[in-house]
Ligand binder design. Structure first.
Ligand code: BES
Ligand code: MN
Ligand code: MN
Length: 455
């Protein structure tokens, strides 16, 4: 791997310049106003894949945004690694909270500031550059296939169809993904689990029109007041979710698993300081790692209605809305949980209002083995570049397609992410460490090296 590592060292500046070009494309999948940019981002990725040496590069159209595919089959007898990533990003609003504009990348304090720098452009691009370095150096030890999609941030619906229809093309031995974070730059870790997701939007309707809050207030239900009460009934005083049956399928962790999870280094004071909070909040009886990695949650992601403009308007609104997400753990199922939510939400609505529950996307939780050949290869790779073996952790976020890779392709994934919690994913001032970008490019070839030997 020496030639590969030398190649990386002598191309560092160019790699960063290319990443900057990628970060300049506002490929926001959620907002149709950016549709042309999402498409041009796919074209950009396809070009870079070709330049890196990939064959059969194709911008595969879907009912939504395209999937960029490319491969290098050096010998069908060798193992094949399927690399997955996403070139779409979250919306960048509120723009005024960014120190520098989200699509004008800039390095400050050794960090790359831009929307998508960590999630996931900076991370999937490491794989293109690691591949380029291995191929150019004549040191690519196994086959590789790339599948970079443009709809991860909106639920990967069309990718599901693609995966089901393209089993032959996607045949591989495992999936390698860099779209998660580590405990720290001195504490490498690998997520061996991700939470699932149920996402719903609720609408509460009171009177048939907005009313004068003096003329009618006190006699007619205010849907915002009602919605607030209903949301307050989602949790009990112990921080547990009050929806009947919500925990029925949750698998309790073994004492050994709990112990292992809680042995990872964690500084609660640092954690609170970083977030500017005096105290933590959550389900009683569980540690922070357990709460974020192994317990289901329910959070309101947005709530609106009535008057929110300048000054005051005395209105009793006709409608109130909220977006609510639930993070799921093994063996909860997204469809079941959405149904339980809907039934409960309707059951607690007073007769003075009407409610509607509209399901959005969902995704199933996953646990990946930490004793598999692919985990071992990732472990050895991180040992080679960090000097320490990674700690297995449970990630709180969701990558719904991971469960589908297992179900449809029979493939396990390794979540070898290089981000950090401070990257501010989905937030203003998202950033990715310069260290992390290069460390990822250096580590990935070691993964291929060890995987080819172990497999
Ligand atoms: N890369 C994240 C998921 C993630 C981040 C997992 C950090 C673990 C640690 C991914 O892009 C993401 O944001 N997923 C969404 C779900 C999707 C269906 C919108 C999420 O977790 O909210
Ligand atoms: Mn991501
Ligand atoms: Mn994301």
């Amino acid at each position: 791997m020496q030639k590969t590592q030398d190649f990386i060292q002598s191309n560092r500046e160019r790699f960063m310049a290319e990443l900057f070009d990628l970060l300049r494309i506002p490929s926001i999948s959620a907002d149709p106003a950016f549709s042309a940019d999402v498409h041009s981002c796919a074209a950009f990725v396809a070009e870079r894949l070709k330049e890196a040496g990939a064959d059969a590069v194709e911008i595969c159209p879907t009912a939504g945004y395209p999937i960029v595919y490319g491969e290098k089959i050096i010998d069908p007898a060798l193992p094949t690694v399927l690399v997955y990533g996403h070139y779409d990003v979250q919306p960048a609003v509120p723009l005024e909270l960014w120190t520098t504009p989200p699509f004008e990348p800039e390095i400050r304090n050794e960090r790359i500031y831009a929307r998508g720098s960590a999630d996931d452009k900076g991370q999937f691009y490491m794989h293109l550059k690691a591949f380029e370095a291995m191929w150019a150096s004549g040191e690519l030890p196994c086959n590789v296939k790339f599948m970079i999609e443009g709809e991860e941030e909106v639920g990967s619906n069309n990718l599901s169809t693609f995966v089901k229809n393209e089993k032959q093309r996607l045949a591989a031995d495992m999936v390698l993904i860099s779209d998660t974070s580590m405990l720290g730059n001195d504490t490498p870790s690998i997520d061996v689990g991700l939470r699932g997701l149920s996402y719903v939007e609720v609408e509460v309707t009171g009177p048939n029109r907005d009313l004068h809050s003096g003329v009618y207030g006190g006699a007619v239900a205010n849907p915002i007041n009602i919605l607030s009460r209903m949301i307050a009934q989602m949790h009990d005083d112990q921080g547990r979710i009050a929806i009947p049956g919500f925990y029925a399928d949750v698998v309790a962790l073994s004492e050994a698993d709990r112990k292992a999870l809680n042995s990872a280094p964690f500084d609660v004071e640092e954690y609170k300081k970083d977030l500017g909070i005096e105290a933590l909040h959550g389900e009683e009886g569980f540690s922070t790692f357990e709460r974020t990695g192994t317990r289901p949650t329910l959070d309101v992601n947005g709530i609106w209605g009535g008057y929110t403009g300048e000054g005051a308007k005395t209105v009793l609104p006709s409608k109130a809305y909220a977006k609510i997400s639930m993070r799921l753990v093994p063996n909860q199922r997204s469809e079941t949980i959405t149904q339980l939510f809907s039934d409960y939400f309707k059951s607690i609505a007073p007769p003075s209002v009407q409610v509607e529950v509209r399901p959005h996307h969902g995704g199933e939780p996953v646990v990946t083995p930490s004793d598999s050949p692919e985990f071992k290869a990732a472990s050895l790779a991180m040992k080679a570049t960090f000097g320490k073996e990674p700690i297995p952790t449970r990630g709180g976020g969701s990558i719904p397609i991971v469960a589908l890779f297992e179900k449809e392709l029979g493939l396990k994934s390794v979540l070898m992410g290089f981000g950090l919690d401070i990257d501010a994913l989905h937030s203003p001032n998202e950033s990715y460490g310069v260290f992390n970008f290069y460390k990822g490019i250096e580590t990935i070839p070691w993964f291929f090296h060890h995987y080819a030997q172990i497999k």
